[in-house]
Ligand binder design. Structure first.
Ligand SMILES: Nc1ncnc2c1ncn2[C@@H]1O[C@H](COP(=O)(O)OP(=O)(O)OP(=O)(O)O)[C@@H](O)[C@H]1O
Length: 236
């Protein structure tokens, strides 16, 4: 795959919750090794975009291509197997299982995933807590575990929904460092983030969403020129 061919491509994506039309033709692309952030106010459709890519919203139209595969026509259980790791906002840690058990539960979908020992090198705090139950973890530890367990599976892209939400600044910084390390290791990341300062430090490119569609996109280098727009749209 070369730079001209995106790893993930979304074209004219529409999605509905019952009769409620939530996405109105989203277009976006993520290239291999990029960190791309979806920005936008509450309710503009960022989470819905991730869920529609994963196939968790079945009432959808448009085209979604990942690593050369057409995701629109895959059954739900095949989407994760195609190599996309989704970390939802609510994190989805199994409360009654230990850190170790949570880590080994998701099935390996492709070669190239990290071993549990490699994961513990990257997340030493999880190693210390390896026998603790999910319920006993702090919010930051749960977020790290939710990300860490995807790394074992060999996924090629991570879809992360607001990984810093509700976390203390020092933990937010730690998550930023982890994402930078994953990026150095070649991981491709599509991030939904309300914390603009956090996103501006780690993203290569931004998509700004409004009313269920992308209203602007720009690389990190254009951030200074886009601050007025971001101020108007996001209030930052
Ligand atoms: N389960 C649902 N049923 C019906 N409508 C929904 C559902 N989830 C979201 N919506 C609606 O779809 C629209 C897009 O919501 P979405 O959660 O994708 O926005 P968002 O940009 O991720 O915002 P937030 O940061 O608040 O999650 C909103 O109008 C929301 O009210």
């Amino acid at each position: 795959m070369n730079r001209a061919e995106p790893l993930l491509s979304v074209r004219d994506l529409n999605a509905w919750y019952g009769e409620s039309h939530a996405l109105h033709g989203v277009n976006l692309e993520v290239f291999k090794g990029e960190t791309v952030t979806l920005l936008g106010r509450n309710g503009v459709g960022k989470t819905t975009t991730l869920r529609a890519i994963m196939g968790l919203i079945r009432k959808r139209t448009g085209q979604i291509t990942f690593d050369g595969k057409d995701l629109m026509h895959l059954p739900l259980h095949r989407t994760a197997h195609a190599g996309i790791g989704y970390v939802p906002e609510e994190r989805g840690i199994f409360a009654t299982l230990t850190v170790d058990e949570n880590l080994i539960l998701p099935p390996v979908v492709a070669d190239g995933g990290m071993s549990v020992e490699e994961i513990f090198e990257l997340f030493p705090n999880l190693k210390e807590r390896r026998n603790s139950q999910g319920t006993k973890l702090s919010g930051g530890e749960q977020q790290m575990l939710a990300m860490a367990r995807m790394l074992r599976t060999g996924v090629k892209v991570l879809l992360l929904d607001e990984p810093t939400e509700g976390l203390a600044p020092v933990i937010v910084q730690r998550i930023g460092e982890l994402l930078a390390t994953l990026k150095k290791r070649g991981m491709t990341i599509l991030l939904v983030e309300q914390n603009f300062r956090f996103a501006s430090r780690i993203a290569d490119r931004f998509y700004l969403m409004e009313h269920g569609k992308v209203m602007a996109q720009f690389p990190v280098g254009e951030l200074p020129d886009r601050m007025n727009l971001l101020h108007d749209v996001l209030g930052v």
